[in-house]
Write a protein that binds this ligand. Structure first.
Ligand SMILES: *[C@@H]1O[C@H](CO)[C@@H](O)[C@H](O)[C@H]1NC(C)=O
Ligand SMILES: *[C@@H]1O[C@H](CO)[C@@H](O)[C@H](O)[C@H]1NC(C)=O
Ligand SMILES: *[C@@H]1O[C@H](CO)[C@@H](O)[C@H](O)[C@H]1NC(C)=O
Ligand SMILES: *[C@@H]1O[C@H](CO)[C@@H](O)[C@H](O)[C@H]1NC(C)=O
Ligand SMILES: *[C@@H]1O[C@H](CO)[C@@H](O)[C@H](O)[C@H]1NC(C)=O
Length: 808
């Protein structure tokens, strides 16, 4: 027997891997050794021997054939590397794929374990999907059933009870060692199935439980939950993209995409990114708010209070919540009920009980109510099928707010809590009723509605991207006579300044309130459009870092906006003034930076709309009496609908020095162009110097260029405004410079999102190294700015620039 095997081995070694037959398959009398490759029919994947990174160990693996940097998607002998170059793979007489490290070893380093009918031939084939299959009369083995750390499109992740396999991912030990590491991604099939990322046996991240709405985007993932099979499988919707999901050796799950034209892998999605992505971040019986980075984010479910109030108030939510002590005795007596918690990812569901309501016609609430240990229920629709009732009998863990693909959770509370909730909701209902009934407000609503409708109609005709269905505002309509009186008939003494679309006046209303009035110039037809835009946009926004619009006036051809009056005027009037800048100490500057970042974050993603400001600059940041920053001037803002994140315009408007390269050159704008402008502001605030005013002659560097030079020479702190003397926190200042440089990077995709910016500013976290920024050098002065801004009665040559650039 042994002799027979050895003989077979030697005879096999004598045979060359035949290269004239098909490249994608391995037949029973062939071997693959060092230098040989199996290449899938469409040239997509290759199988052969490789060494990861600088390691000299040899492994048999599968990688993308056409991608220059080796991207391995599967490894056979993960834990048993081959030393030297004598490894070879063949199909043995029992039909198994067998890998030997060298010919005098008795045991293979890796093999499949299948049984085929005696005398049947077997053949291995590498498919264009990246799957290595072993076929006899049918497929008897496939690498897709034994994934390593990569999930490819078409690969199932999860259980097949009939075949008795559980397909899960396990991380590599390190970037250079594909051995099985600590992390794994696998399904927990109990209750309502869900996926977990484990560190050893400890869950660290959890997916939402089944059912998922099919996730659409670049790819589509389907979650199958049958009695025999429970798995998730993803497919790419656009063929021009390659997709791989990886569980890396640090426990991160990432989806990476690549287009031939991109020439590199791009991160499409990643988890965990933030603290709250971790499983059970806020402990039991709590909710975790995903959108709001600056807040603590943890809150107790209705009827619960923090278990450890001290830790809780110190922003440590891991202890979770317990039922309010006062009420515990009455939880399961008469009168109790359920309070709805809206828009959440449902709690950990492995112990939850699932009932198909369309079969049993069960009433979910009744079901939960009659069992005292039932703590919550949810009603779930399976797309295209039936309704189900999910009930929980254990601790509620890992409830997170999420607006997409979320559910309502009904949490059991006692009679007190129920009464309290009812009272609160009645209060707010009464308020709403009152508001609807009050005739003057109703009239205002009508006017605004009409206004919005006409405007939308006009926009829709132009095929523009804007679509707003409802506005909720408390805008006041001012009569022209009121405004004339308030400004003393627009007396020059009351003029605060002048912008691209008109002048700004200070006004005193009859009730003693000071306001700022923006009077749009009658001549500019553009102004009317901007005016409507601004009313619509601002009316829908409410944030402490945005200037507040109080009302508007349209009468006798006048168009005016009435804002809250901010006595301290704009940030640039402090920053670039020799004496006033002394009022901005480091703490104030840092708070202003964070405030501006929060305001932009709100515009980009926290408000109900997605808004790109397009003209962020220091003169558009107003300061209130406490020096809190407020973003103003939404005349050029763009509202994005749904999932659109980027647009292009043929009319480039904005201010040189603050505009990103892709916007100036191609008219492309996105949230990332606002990030660029923010980066410029940040550097200006730290340095007290203007980006487009900063002169260094040889070479003629911009402020960005100068900061970049200092950064590379590790002298970045030299840029800090000398008027701060030594009175600043060097670590914080350095962090600001680094974030500023990240924001002004040349490639928009390299720039962080505002969410990431706010996170980096407010947390101790690792910050990436910036790549070379855009606009290092100052252009010669053959590109004069258009002078339009007047501040403090003085003309300054700068700021508002309108340019027309035709694209395409
Ligand atoms: C071995 O391979 C050759 C082609 O290279 C084929 O013609 C022959 O039938 C194969 N023999 C067996 C036993 O599979
Ligand atoms: C191979 O499979 C058989 C059953 O099909 C099983 O009993 C045996 O333990 C397996 N061997 C290995 C090494 O996995
Ligand atoms: C397999 O082949 C051997 C030798 O050719 C033969 O003796 C045996 O009967 C075959 N077995 C089956 C099940 O066909
Ligand atoms: C994984 O667990 C180990 C040991 O418990 C721990 O040291 C490590 O920090 C954990 N890593 C992560 C990412 O959770
Ligand atoms: C309540 O539900 C739990 C979990 O399903 C079960 O073990 C228990 O027997 C039920 N109690 C009653 C009174 O139905």
């Amino acid at each position: 027997m042994e002799a027979e095997k050895l003989f077979l081995l030697f005879s096999l070694l004598m045979l060359q891997f035949s290269s004239c037959t098909s490249h994608d398959s391995l037949k029973m009398n062939q071997t693959i050794k060092e230098g040989d490759l199996l290449i899938s029919e469409g040239n997509i994947f290759a199988l052969g021997f490789f060494s990861p990174g600088s390691s000299s160990n040899r492994y048999l693996g599968i990688w993308y054939h056409k991608i220059p940097e080796q991207t391995v998607v599967w490894v056979a002998n993960r834990n048993d590397p081959i030393i030297g170059s004598l490894g070879f793979l063949f199909i043995d007489q029992y039909g198994n794929l067998v890998l030997y490290g060298n010919d005098d070893q008795k045991l293979p380093v890796w093999s499949t374990n299948v049984s085929v009918e005696e005398n049947d031939t077997c053949e291995a084939q590498l498919m264009d999907s990246g799957n290595l299959i072993l076929v006899s009369r049918k497929t008897v083995w496939q690498s897709f059933d034994y994934p390593t750390n990569i999930l490819l499109p078409g690969m199932k992740l999860g259980l097949d009870r009939k075949l008795g396999i559980d397909r899960f991912l396990t991380s590599w030990r390190s970037a250079e060692d594909p051995g099985i590491g600590d992390f794994s991604v696998r399904i927990n099939p109990n209750g309502s199935p869900q996926f977990f990322v484990y560190n050893g046996t400890k869950p660290i991240i959890r997916s939402r439980p089944w059912p998922w709405r099919n996730q659409m985007g670049l790819y589509k993932c389907t979650f199958v939950n049958d009695p025999d099979e429970k798995y998730c499988v993803c497919t790419v919707l656009d063929d021009s993209y390659l997709l791989r999901s990886i569980l890396d050796h640090s426990g991160h799950v990432k989806a990476l995409t690549r287009r031939e034209s991109d020439g590199q892998w791009k991160e499409y999605w990643k988890s965990p990114q933030f603290q709250w992505d971790y499983y059970g971040h806020c402990g039991a019986y709590s909710t975790c708010e995903l959108a709001n980075l600056n807040e603590f984010g943890c809150a107790c479910l209705p009827g619960f209070e923090p278990k450890y109030p001290l830790e809780w108030s110190a922003r440590d939510g891991s202890g979770g919540c317990v039922r309010k002590r006062l009420h515990t005795s009455s939880v399961c007596q008469h009168g109790e009920g359920f309070v709805k918690v809206e828009n959440v990812i449902l709690p950990e569901s492995s112990a939850a009980v699932w009932v198909d309501m369309s079969k049993s016609l069960a009433d979910c609430e009744v079901q939960c109510k009659r069992n005292c240990s039932c703590s919550a229920y949810a009603i779930i629709a399976i797309p295209g099928k039936n309704y189900g009732c999910l009930t929980w009998y254990k601790e509620l863990v890992d409830v997170k707010y999420d607006r997409s693909d979320s559910h309502d959770l009904y949490v059991r509370v006692d009679a007190y809590e129920l009464a309290d909730t009812k009272r609160k909701s009645n209060d707010s209902r009464e308020k709403t009723m009152l508001a609807v009934l009050a005739p003057s407000i109703a009239l205002l609503w009508f006017l605004i509605g009409l206004f919005a409708y006409l405007w939308l109609k006009k926009r829709a005709k132009k095929g523009n991207e804007l679509q707003v269905n409802s506005t909720s505002t408390e805008l006041e309509y001012f009569k022209l006579s009121t405004i004339t009186a308030a400004t003393n008939d627009f007396a020059p003494a009351n003029k605060l300044g002048q912008g691209g679309f008109g002048s700004v006046y200070k006004g005193l209303l009859p009730n003693g309130m000071e306001v700022a009035i923006k009077r749009l110039s009658r001549s500019s037809g553009q102004g009317a459009e901007e005016f409507k835009n601004e009313v619509m946009v601002i009316a829908m926004l409410q944030h402490r870092n945005l200037v507040k619009l109080l009302g508007y006036c349209t009468q006798d051809g006048e168009q005016m906006l009435i804002y809250e009056y901010l006595p301290n005027k704009s940030l640039d009037s402090f920053l670039f003034d020799e004496s006033r800048r002394l009022l901005l100490d480091w703490r104030k500057r840092f708070d202003i930076i964070v405030g501006i970042a929060r305001g932009i974050l709100y515009l980009h993603q926290d408000s109900r709309l997605r808004i790109i400001h397009r003209d962020l600059k220091c003169s558009n940041i107003l300061l209130d009496a406490d020096m809190n920053p407020k973003i103003s001037d939404f005349g050029m803002a763009k509202i994005f609908e749904g999932n659109r994140t980027e647009d292009r315009t043929t009319r480039v408007v904005g201010t040189y020095g603050y505009m990103s390269p892709e916007y100036v050159v191609f008219g492309n704008f996105s949230a990332k162009s606002d990030v660029f402008s923010f980066g410029v502001m940040l550097l200006e605030i730290v340095s007290g110097r203007k980006n487009n005013r900063f002169y260094q002659q040889n070479p003629p560097l911009t402020l960005i260029g100068y900061v970049w030079e200092l950064w590379r020479e590790e002298k970045a702190l030299e840029i800090v405004d000398p008027s701060l003397t030594e009175l600043y926190d060097p670590r914080e200042a350095l962090k600001c410079v680094q974030i500023g440089l990240l924001c002004v990077q040349e490639d928009a995709t390299d720039r962080p999102s505002m969410l990431a910016v706010v996170f980096m500013l407010s947390n101790e976290t690792e910050i990436p190294s910036p790549k070379q920024p855009a606009f290092l050098f100052r252009k010669s002065d053959n590109n004069p700015d258009i002078a339009l801004d007047v501040e403090d009665g003085q003309c300054s040559l700068n700021e508002v620039t309108i340019t027309e650039i035709a694209c395409r």
